[in-house]
Design a protein around this ligand. Structure first.
Ligand code: DGJ
Length: 727
């Protein structure tokens, strides 16, 4: 049992291995939040609500001025009747009223967890997860709301989502429908978010909460590189390995909002869900609306433990692909090697070099279809360009397979170029608002995935290409954000639904294609890590982490991405120097170490390398194959934070504890350089470990507490790597 209802106190105690979450019913109808934090055995009314008459706080019961929704810690707050803080949901009735007031209406506790129709969601067996449904109703509006809390006891995770049902006789518009709202009765927090841009995704931003609201969002139609759908509240003393951390990660790939609002009495409202701006939903009588879910993690051992919980949970309870627990192949991708300028001969000689180096998967990137010699044409025309590949995709794939490699293909199925056959035949397939011009992005337009026939077109054309190319791997790209959002196929009152319908259309396409091609390894991409979110991971077990392949930038991007996502979900490639994004020249060894910290790939013209460089790459690949289980399926420990220092270090420990790999990178070579010490984490202190390179033996305790002295080198961007085997 992970949920208990105490009839006498009228409280629900939800608990996992190390976490308790308590919510209760006050005055028969209000659902109040009581506690989220370290596990307690039982709740006996501690941290009771202190009732107080506060100025300007309205009173629903005029006999008691101490009771106000404005000061009540709420579980799913409404708007319009006295709570002036950020509401969790909003409605508009046909009569124009926007007021709503939910009352408690019962509960159910069930073993297991239902899926969310049309949406990605975590899953678990009946003996792994238990769900509490709290039923609420607003009789005046005829609205029913079901709050779902699923508790994964061992995984130490609670998920939340909401279902709205229009039980009235007339339509109702949902104007806001968040998935999570938690009222903390304290404000001693920092807030941590991940912001960025194309080529510079997921920078860590940690700032104290003061007054007012910290809010992040995406209105771009995808989760976006600008803000990641993740927010954590941290105690001020919390760090990687100590202190209270409360994480919220959204299983959704579209517009979102996350916020932390401090009220005048130093309480904090922590919320996450779909972005209400341009995102309402018209609910006809009898219809329901499901929100995506939020995955909530509490840890009292800092960010690293929070990350471990997310990593394990996403690998075990979110990624559906059969690749979730399989080692991923070392790949070569021709993008930075050739861009659009290639032919079959060039690809085959690149592939031959790759196969000789030990590479296992050849990925043909953009430019193989239509007449696409630049990014200005052909999206939507998924037909092989016979000028470049005169023998067709099938034959190219056959030749790659004959070299002993798998064959992978790049596609960008959600898009359409104005210069395409598809556009000439179906201009109406474009996402657009009738009567307004369409805005181009990267010279392309977006398909209207809110329409079933457009989704069908995408599924059919992709299925044909995947079959023709006998593909083992697909890189699914998405290179612009949504503008001019609207659809001629929905009535005016449903135009606010189109952004979400786009995401639902995308999920439907991915659902169908991943079911048709279960043997294919899908890698999601949006100009790199522009849509690196838990929603995409449900369908596609890895993501191209960033278009920025510069090792020094990548250290940071991969470090912060690992706050939520495990290294096995991150595509990481060695590319040429000077680097195409930054112009920086870094040692090949350092580029290798950073890329080896995720799913290793190469993205450069192997034919232009010296024999010495090729030899080094061969060695990297052989070495990576010997450690890849530890990297991809083991545990990551972050040691030195590149956002705070000139160095980064992290290490991996295999699940069986047998192998450990540590990486260290120093960015700039300092004058009067201090000797840096590398301390590993996660080892068995009582065991002995042998360095596979020089045979030296150390105790696990030594490696963790005494540490290793890093050699002094007068070299910028230098890296070191150590591989240990437990004796
Ligand atoms: C953006 C991707 O992130 C790149 O890796 C590459 O696939 C290009 N698109 C191709 O257009």
């Amino acid at each position: 049992m992970a949920v208990k209802y105490d009839e006498q106190q009228k409280i629900f105690h939800i608990f996992s291995k190390n976490t308790s979450y308590v919510t209760g019913i006050v005055r028969e109808k209000y659902l109040t939040h009581l506690y989220w934090g370290k596990r307690i055995r039982e709740y006996h009314g501690s941290r009771s609500i202190v009732w107080k008459d506060r100025g300007f706080a309205p009173n629903p019961d005029d006999t008691d001025r101490t009771f106000s929704l404005d000061t009540l810690p709420q579980e799913y707050p409404q708007t319009g009747n006295g709570d002036f803080r950020s509401c969790a949901y909003g409605i508009r009735q046909e009569n124009g009223s926007r007021i709503s007031n939910l009352e408690y209406a019962g509960y159910e506790i069930v073993d297991g967890k239902e899926g969310l129709p049309g949406l990605p969601a975590s899953f678990g067996r009946d003996d792994q997860v238990q769900t509490l449904y709290i039923h609420m109703k607003d009789p005046a509006a005829g609205l029913k709301v079901r709050l779902a809390y699923s508790v994964f006891y061992e995984a130490d995770v609670i998920t939340r989502s909401v279902v709205f049902e229009n039980a009235s006789g007339e339509p109702l518009t949902l104007t806001k429908m968040l998935s999570m709202s938690v009222d903390f009765r304290e404000d001693d927090f920092h807030v941590l978010t991940l912001y960025g841009a194309h080529n510079n995704e997921r920078n860590m931003d940690r700032r104290p909460l003061t007054s007012g609201m910290v809010s992040i969002e995406s209105l771009r139609g995808t989760s976006s590189p600008q803000q990641s759908p993740f927010m954590a509240l941290l105690r001020k003393d919390a760090g990687e390995y100590q202190g209270d951390v409360y994480g919220a990660s959204f299983v959704y790939s579209g517009n979102f909002v996350a916020s932390a609002q401090v009220d005048p009495y130093r309480n904090v409202r922590f919320q996450m869900g779909m972005n209400p701006l341009n995102g309402d939903w018209y609910l006809k009588p009898g219809e329901t609306f499901y929100t995506p879910e939020v995955v909530m993690v509490y840890s009292d051992h800092g960010l690293m433990e929070m990350s471990h919980i997310y990593h394990e949970f996403y690998q075990n309870h979110l990624v559906r692909s059969s690749f979730a627990k399989k080692p991923r192949p070392v790949l070569i991708n021709n993008w930075e090697a050739t861009y659009f300028d290639f032919n079959e001969e060039k690809l085959l000689s690149l592939a031959k070099k790759a196969a000789d180096a030990g590479i296992e998967l050849f990925v043909l990137d953009d430019g193989w279809f239509g007449h696409r010699d630049s990014d200005t044409s052909s999206l939507g025309d998924w037909v092989t360009d016979l000028r470049k590949l005169p023998h067709g995709l099938g034959q190219l794939s056959e030749k790659i397979h004959a070299m002993g490699m798998e064959f992978g293909l790049w596609v960008e199925p959600e898009m359409i170029s104005p210069d395409s056959q598809l556009y000439r035949e179906h201009p109406d397939y474009v996402l657009h608002t009738p009567g307004r011009p369409c805005t181009l992005g990267r010279g392309q337009l977006v398909l209207d995935l809110s329409r079933k026939e457009v989704c069908d077109y995408v599924v059919e054309s992709m299925a044909r290409v995947f079959k023709e190319g006998h593909v083992d791997y697909v890189k699914w790209d998405m290179n612009r954000h949504l503008t001019d959002v609207g659809s001629a196929y929905f009535p005016p009152q449903q135009q606010g639904e189109i952004t979400h319908r786009y995401v639902l259309g995308l999920y439907d396409i991915m659902e169908r294609l991943t079911a048709m091609f279960p043997q294919v390894l899908f890698e999601s991409c949006s100009s790199g890590g522009g849509r690196f979110d838990a929603g995409m991971l449900y369908y596609m077990p890895q993501t191209w982490c960033s278009d920025n392949t510069d090792a020094i930038c990548r250290m940071k991007i991969q470090y912060s991405t690992s706050l939520v996502f495990p290294p096995v979900t991150m595509g990481a490639h060695v590319s040429v120097t000077p680097n195409h994004q930054t112009g920086r020249v870094t040692p090949l060894s350092t580029r290798g170490y950073v890329a080896m910290s995720g799913n290793l790939g190469y993205e450069l013209d192997l034919e232009k390398l010296t024999s010495q460089e090729l030899e080094e790459i061969k060695e990297q690949i052989a070495f990576y194959k010997s450690i890849r289980n530890t990297i991809q399926l083991g545990m990551l420990y972050r040691n030195e934070n590149p956002f705070e220092s000139n160095t980064v270090s992290w290490n991996f420990v295999s699940k069986d504890g047998h192998g450990a790999v540590a990486f260290f990178v120093e960015v700039l070579s300092p004058a009067a350089a201090p000797v840096r010490i590398l301390k590993l984490k996660g080892l068995d202190p009582d065991a002995l470990y042998k360095n596979t390179k020089d045979g030296c033996v150390y105790g696990g305790d030594e490696l963790m507490y005494t540490g290793l002295s890093m050699p002094l080198k007068k070299q910028d961007f230098r890296g070191e790597c150590y591989h240990f085997i437990k004796m």
